[in-house]
Design a protein around this ligand. Sequence first.
Ligand code: UT7
Length: 333
Amino acid sequence: MKNLGLGIAIAGSGSATPTQVLSNDDLSRIVDTSDEWISSRTGIKNRRIASNEESLADLAARAGQNAIAAAGLAADDIDLIILATSTSDDLFGTAARVQHLIGATQAAAFDLTAACSGFVFGLVTASQFIYTGAYRNILLIGADILSRWVDWNDRATCILFGDGAGAVVLQASDRDRLLGFALSSDGSQNQELNLAYQAQPNPLTDNITTSTGGYQAITMNGREVYRFAVAKVPDIISKALFRANLEASAIDWLLLHQANQRILDAVASRLDIPSEKTISNLANYGNTSAASIPIALDEAVRSGKIKPGDTIAASGFGAGLTWGAAIFQWGKE
Ligand code: UT7
């Protein structure tokens, strides 16, 4: 429930990506693939890969600091940090480490996991704290290092993913610029894309067994995930638009999770949104999971493409399965 007079502005963005670049040609020396296959099937040319020295916390903190500066705030103005990630440095959570690195001494911090939908789920979660009046300045970061969990012998998955972090600052504001949203999950399709714990029995006593396992690499049924995205994403954007009382023609920018250029094109076409309004940076970064929407947003804001007051339809989709959409106006002016 919205507290009257408490709206949301998305006041600043930031991003950070590793310096190592892995090209399609590099990949063709690791698995049986080619630049031609990857480019034509996905639109991806390069991806950034975190080195052994780079942590998720470092990337997330750099993106967060950039967003705080862009919003014209100081680190100790931040009340809450939400880190959307599926690749935490620490299963107990990485957000508190990020809080320390940023020096956001007043902020509570927690991780949120919804795979490639993490940024949109995080945006909606953060907004609830503002609507209730609990917090005024929230740093939302989407960050993932999927390269740690890719099977580099599996050409069906290793060509898709890259690493990075993106962030926004949400601020309490008189006018609400989060115009509508919708979230969805379907655990019955969990097997189509996962990074699951594999249990190994560990007999502790005669009648007690614990489990001592590990995480297997990312496994994915690409065709099913493709079908799911093309079917569900236009629907959930339409639902969020309906809640915002807007037509698709009112959207200035379609900002989808950067999974595959063919998915971006198919969704835009189903919503009748021209390709000039679709933001795409897939060619340079591949699929960076929870980071993909905020990295693309940050680049488009910094290049002057997205301007204050522009209406953006953002949609994340992926493992879970989860998918969600948020319609918002950029900036606080
Ligand atoms: O955040 C969400 C994450 N996941 C996604 O977004 C994935 C959504 N799915 C996709 O993007 C596409 O399904 C892929 C890009 C993963 C695959 O494209 P596709 O057009 O669905 O290809 P396919 O899986 O139907 O495979 C077609 C052929 C197969 O060979 P055969 O059986 O026709 O002989 C594959 O073995 O392409 C082969 N193939 C490759 N060939 C060269 C699969 N991966 C590669 C590769 N290089 N890297």
